[in-house]
Design a protein around this ligand. Sequence first.
Ligand code: HEM
Length: 188
Amino acid sequence: MSNDNTIDYGPLEELIGVWKGDKGMDVAPEPDGAEENPYFETITFSAIGDVSNAESQLLTALHYRQIVQRQSTGEIFHDETGYWMWDAKAGVIMHSLNIPRAVSVLAGGEHSGEKEKDGGTLLSVSASLDSPDWQIIQSPFMRDNARTVEFRHQIRVGDGKLSYSETTMLDIYGKRFEHTDQNELVRQ
Ligand code: HEM
């Protein structure tokens, strides 16, 4: 692993920094339906360098920490961490995430490294229990009672602004639930 300042983070470069946003909206499952939770948050992406695997794959990586607080009370109700990684040669981006419900995801997607027409960057990754490549790991309790079956995440970043939209499909309370989160953030 190395972390000198010549490293090319490609499509992840624009994420580096501290971001804050207060327009978040979470739609979460409840036994009798859905609950909407407006939120504000801070996401910190740190450049951590590059990593080589099996002497043939080279990844550049960012670590991130996401702290999400309820608009109504300020309570932290979602705490997430993980890495974003870019494999320039394969044209693949990867997003690993961990949440303290004992659920972990390794989502992936293609990325050529090219910018969008408007000069911004679009990052799109997904994982699913049916995927041969990008998977979800969860505790036996969550598998049996609140199973994450699919995860999709899209980030648009450019010009000091970041917006994302995230969908987590859950099997909970005897039905399939679309748990969604979205927000717009500004670089600090
Ligand atoms: C900004 C991001 C997120 C926020 C604010 C958020 C918030 C919430 C809230 C409020 C609940 C309901 C909790 C309860 O009623 O006790 C919930 C449930 C859940 N979330 Fe999230 N979530 C986020 C992202 C995620 C992600 C990325 C995953 C997994 C990939 C995830 C997995 C789950 C699971 C499995 C449950 C069901 C547990 C339960 O309702 O008791 N969430 N989330």
